[in-house]
Structure formats: C-alpha cells, structure tokens
Design a binder for this molecule. Sequence first.
Ligand code: PMP
Length: 388
Amino acid sequence: SDTTSNAIPANLPLRNDLIGEEPYGAPQLDVPVCLNVNENPYAPDPAVCETIAERVKAIAPTLNRYPDREHVELRQAFSDYLARESGVRLDVDELWGANGSNEIMLQLFQAFGGPGRTVLGADPTYSMYPEYARDTFTGWELAHRNDDFTLNVDRLIERIEAVKPSMVLLTSPNNPTGTPLAHEDIERVLAVCETAEVAGAREGVHPIVVIDEAYIEFRDPGVPSAVELIKTHANLAVSRTMSKAFAFAGARVGYLAASKGIIDCVRIVRMPYHLSAVTQAAALAAFEHTDEQLSRVNHLRETRNATAAWLKQLTYKGQALDVADSQSNFLLFGGHLDNREAIFEGLLERGVLIRVVGPAGWLRVCMGTDEEMEAFRTALTEVLNELD
Ligand code: PMP
C-alpha cells in the first residue's frame, strides 16, 4: 500500500535536500503474521471499544468547535498513568501530548534543533531520528555504542564535548537492540550536560537530554524509568507512547514528561489544535481501562524471554545465533546472518513478516501472540535449514 516518491515530477520545486528521498516506513504488507513494527498483538477488549465509542459519541456534537488546545484532561490522565506506572507524580504543566511520540520528537527537534544546531544520538538506534533532523535542518551526529549495544558513556561524553549538541537523544530500551540504559549512566550524561556548551547558542545555554522510552513498560520489574529523574533535573525530557505496551498504536498518542520550561518551549512550535477532539476522547477512554490495556504485557515479557532462549539454541553455518539482551517487546538476533535478506524473504514466503534493520548480520522480530510465535519458530527453522 506504500506510495513511493520515485515518480515525483522533475518540475516540482521540492526542497533540494529532499530530491531522491523516499517516504520512511516499514512495508505495510497484507501478511498473516506481522512481527515487524513492534506493536502489541492483542486487540482492545470489547469493554474498551465500548467506552471509546461512548466517549467519541459524547463529544461528536461539539466537533464544530476546535478541541482543547492544551488537552488538560488528557495531560492529567498522563500524570495519573505515570504515577501508577513509575511511581512519580508530575504536574499537568510537566506533561505534553501529541500524535504519537513521532510528533513529540519532531516538536523537540523544531524547538531545540534548527540551522546551526546539532543533535547527538548513540547508534545503532531508531532510524527515524535522522529524518527529524533532516526535516528541521538540524545536524545529526552519533556516538557509537559498544559491541554488546550498551551505551559507551565515555565516548558519548567525549562527543558531547566535541560536537556541542543542543540535544542528546538516547533510547531506552533502545530500538532495534532492546538495550536498556542504566540509571547511573543517564545521571552521568545529565551532569555533563548541565555545564556543556551548545554550538550556535548564547553563552550560558546547555544541552537537554531526551530519553525515548517508547518501550519502557516491557522492562523487568525493578528496572527504573528516567521519569524518576525529572523532578530533580530540569534538563531532562522523557518521551513515552500509548502505541506499544498500551496497545493503542492506531490512535496515535505519545507524550512528553519534562520540566515546565522544556514543555513551554515545545508549546511554541506545536500546530494549533494538533490533537483532535476524537483522539483526546479515545485516549481518555483507553486510560479508563488501563488494567485491560496492559494485561498482556507480562505475557509478552515472558514470550520475549522464551523466544530469546529458543533463538540462542539455533545455529547458522555451525555457529549459535546471538541474541541482544532485550528489555523490550522485540529481539535483535543473528549477528552473523550473512544473507539476512534471504532469511527475511524466506520467512515472508511462509507468511511471517519481520524486519531487516540494525547492523549487518542481524534481524529484528517483534513479539506476537502464542500462535504467531509458533508460526515464526516453524518458519525460521525451515528457512535456516534450507539456507544453512
Ligand atoms: N520511538 C521509538 C524508539 C520507536 O521505535 C517508535 C515506533 N517505532 C517511536 C518512537 C514512535 O512511536 P509512536 O509515534 O507510535 O509513539
């Protein structure tokens, strides 16, 4: 269903730096088993659907009016959710919602990036970040992770000093590797950023640190969230989403937790009325059913651990598969798959869609239902036998 840009007429005044670019996105194919975009595979239950329908019906007669631009009721719901999920109570003015954490991230780049500014990330990481940078004329630089995909904090700090970024963007758990960030590592980066310089900014301006926690609810019990550091660090912003653990990707709701100062910067660049009344009503309905929406997270965590153990006992060309330690709902596996495209295609022929992403030699699979994982295991066993 994807349309590509390669038919763009040459006489259109497309921005010079966008000529030859393709719209980003994983293929949306009609395949029985979709394990490629890290969704929660479980549909909302009928009670949730009922509440969504009621809430949307209730606001339908007001759709001639613009929605609450400040989405205060929804920001209160984010606060209640985080208090329950991470044990931290934030104020409404320390929270902000948007159409997916994709839009949150774009707003951060719009507010803190721009010409002459650079954002620093740690690769391998989420492939949308360089696109936000491109779209906002922001520089994009990297500090490479260690071989086991953990953050190399010393290298990151060296890069902060050399690059002088306005924003350090880290992902925890990281996509596509699933690697979590240790609290003490985040605190070290925050401390450095409190005094680091920003290229292209006035004197006395220091970088902010953004932690993208899109998958954080899949962490093991006891692992902390960076949300816990917000009240004590005005230079920290944590991005969250309802798309993954919360099983609400189709509604497009992400949110940002940060000091009021950072939220106020983001408010400058947002489109007026960016969150529709329908979106706000649907999200409030889903939060009324938080227990049901999160009810499969434990099971998906167990599926991840069992699938990691299963993958580790497979071999390819006489060598056991590597599996990156994951605190997320997906696994990066392989390490030495010298023909990952052929493996991907072999799985697709058997009705299983995964993702060719990450460093060469690796593939990523997202956790599905028990039946979907069974189909994945059968297909992968066949494909590896065939290609070995
Ligand atoms: N951050 C990361 C690391 C992601 O993997 C994704 C989705 N693939 C997003 C943000 C965006 O998710 P959404 O816009 O649905 O919140």
